[in-house]
Structure formats: structure tokens, C-alpha cells
Design a protein around this ligand. Sequence first.
Ligand SMILES: *Cc1c(COP(=O)(O)O)cnc(C)c1O
Length: 462
Amino acid sequence: MDPSISEQLKRIPQVQKLLESPAAAALIETYSQQRVVETIRASLDTLRAEILSGDASFSVEALFERVTQALEASHRPSLRRVINATGVAIHTNLGRSPLAEEAIEAIRVTAWGYSNLEFDLDTGKRGSRHSHVEDLLCSLTGAEAAVTVNNNAAAVMLAVNTLALGSELIVSRGELVEIGGSFRIPDVISRSGGTLVEVGSTNRTRIADYETAITEDTRLFLKVHPSNFRMVGFTEETSREELVALGKQRGIPVVEDVGSGALVDLTRYGLPSEPSVQEVLNSGVDVVTFSGDKLLGGPQAGILVGKHGPIEKMKKNPLMRALRMGKLSLAALEGTLRLYLHEDRLAERLPLLRMLTTDHDALQDRAQAFRDSAASLDRVTAEVLDDEGFSGGGSLPGQAMPTKVVAVAVQGLSPNALLDALRASDPPVIARIFEDRVRLDLRTVRDSEVLDILAALKGIVS
Ligand SMILES: *Cc1c(COP(=O)(O)O)cnc(C)c1O
């Protein structure tokens, strides 16, 4: 063995000795004796191997630096905050809607102590967890009754299982959609115990198609909003009014899964139009289902609103126990829904709506300010560009919104390498590449996070 290598190896102290140093004491205080010992051992093993291959030399400082980094990395939560610089406000992979302060506070209060989750404060008897948001949902949508579950997929399951278990339900072939890899309407229907009867063709379904498919066994018409795609050209969709009229005539309820679930008229905010839940209910549909964390801007939830009869049946379905919402989400949902009571202030209080409605001038100003700071860094070039953004989450499908982005480049790094380096920053910055340039859309970035992105860039070039 090379004498200098054996010299290096000999300099490595005993683990016990290392543990007595002040640096170790501070780590033990934070991470526990056992984890520090394990990490020192593991780091020494790697270091020995490196010394043997002639790649490293020993120093106590470098060893503790290594141990500290390993402990910090293993201590970091798996579920972490990231900066969404994609401009996609309802980004399913990034956790969909950020919550309003009021919703976050409701979670905090509910999580801290006990609550009247299922306790009636007037009578002192057992209460219902559904009671906390039902009146709110009814007054916001005009529905007779409402119930909530874990997410919209669960809402569709509950509706089918309650109203069409062991019987037939009719769905248009144009609406047998897949929403995200794991949610296909036909699969959900069969797992919910209903027998799917498909009618019409992919691009055209007429009311007569529904009518001829009715048998003694038909219990439900299900309409599904084809959230994440659009059909153009030679198409025909049966209107919900026609379907409701046929349902009334034949005694068959109509359930519509609207997916995104806007509670306000989005055109008021200059956004593309999406049928609001009220509008769908007004046309006579018996039950409407939608998500809590898409256009509503709240926590993950599935919301069912509609006529008293079917909703009460759903509350009594034994599956309800498996599909029900947790108390923290319920608190957040109530906090979010309360904001809708004061619609004039909604766009300023609800982060999702604030992001979606950020106007062009404001986006331009933010992009310009960021460009100036970024471009002042060594090796960084930045340019403000016009681009198209999407709301995401299967809402407002195909509706591109004009937006402003900052295209960033770092000398000596490919766009992919820059994208990876941004993602490896702390907090990770998630951007996208289009036309061979890394683009940051500040629509979905909070003011305080702009500084984080600049710090990430600084770290990358230093
Ligand atoms: C998003 C969506 C779902 C699934 O909702 P989750 O809340 O993600 O479970 C179901 N149906 C439609 C039409 C959707 O857009």
C-alpha cells in the first residue's frame, strides 16, 4: 500500500473519540446518539474507500461536514414545499390548490385541540360531521342538500353505488373519459357496483340514444364533464335539459360529474366560461359532483350537492364511512367556502383565483423585475417573453390564457441541466422547458418565493 494512503487511514480516530468532540455533541442534541453514531460509521466507511482509491484525505472538519449533510438529508421531510414556476395553478402533481389563509387557520385550530366534529353543541349529543358544510354548500349553490367525501372520484363512486348498485346506468360514449392515469369512468362505475350501458358514439350522442337504451333495470343517467380534453368538429352532445326531461318522464335520476366545480361565474373575472354548479343544478339535475381542490380553490374533497332524497340516501350508504373526509380537510373546506359568502373579496383572498386572475400588466411588471435581478447575476441571461398558460387540473380544457414568462439561461449549462439544478435547489423550483428554453411563469409564484428562486440561481452559478 502507498505509504501516504496508510498514513491517511491511520489518522482516522476511533468513533468513540469522534463522539466526544463538541461538533458531535451538537449533532446528538438534534438527531440522537444512535443516529449520529450510525451516520459517523457510514461516513467513515465511504471515506475509507475513497482514501484507498486515492481520492480523499482525512480531516475531522471534512468528516463532520459529511456527517452533518447526511443527517440533514435524512431528516428532511419527504413531502416538501416546492415553488411552482410552471404557471399551472391547479397542478395535480404539485398538490393542486394552495389554500387561503382562512382555510389554513381553520386547519391549525382544529388540529391543535378537540372539536365538535361529530358532537352537537346545542343538545350535547352525537352530531354529524356532514353538518359543518352542508348549509354553506346549500346556500352557495341553491341545492336542497349536500354531502362531502374524500375526493371527487369517491363522490362518483358513492353516487353510482348508492343509486345504481346492481343495476344499469347509462353514460354517453363521448363521456367515458380518463382523468389522470388512475381514474377511468368505466372502471369506477364497475367497481362501484353499477353496470355501465354505453350509448351513442364517441363524437355524437342524441337523446334518442338514451331513450332506446332504457330497460326495466335502468336506475341512473350519468353525465361526465370531459374535463381534460375537448372535441371539435362534427360533434353533438345531449343537453342536460333534454336528459333531465327524459329522466323526469321515466323516473330516472340524473347525476352530473362536473369535475372542476366553479361556484362563481368565471367570466366575471375575465376567465373562460365553465358551467357553474348552480347553473347545472338549475337545469334540474338531481345531483352534481365536483372536486374541492380544483377551481374551488380548497382542500382535496369530493362534494355532492342536489336533491334531498338521493343525498340523504348517500349519507346512509355504508361506504360513506370509508369515503368520508378527515377533520382537517373538512376544516379547510369550511374555511374556503366561507370566503365565497363575500364574493367581492374572493379574488383577493383565494390564492387560486388571485393567481388565475393576475392581470397582464401585473404579470409583466413581476416578470420584468425578476428578469432584472436574474440578469444581474454572473453567467445568467434572462428575457421576458409572451407565452400561453393553462389553469390545469382538467379545468378550462384547451383554454390557453395569455401570460408572461421569464426565459432563463445559465452560461455553460444546457436547458435540461438548468431545469435539474433548479429542481435540486432548496426549496425545489419546478419550471418547464419550451422551445429549448427554461421558462419561469411567475403567475403561480408567491412574492416571497421570487427571492427563493433568485437564491437558487445564485447557488447554481456560484
Ligand atoms: C378531476 C375530476 C375527477 C376526479 O376528481 P378528484 O377530486 O381528483 O378525485 C372526476 N371527474 C372529473 C370530470 C374530473 O375533472
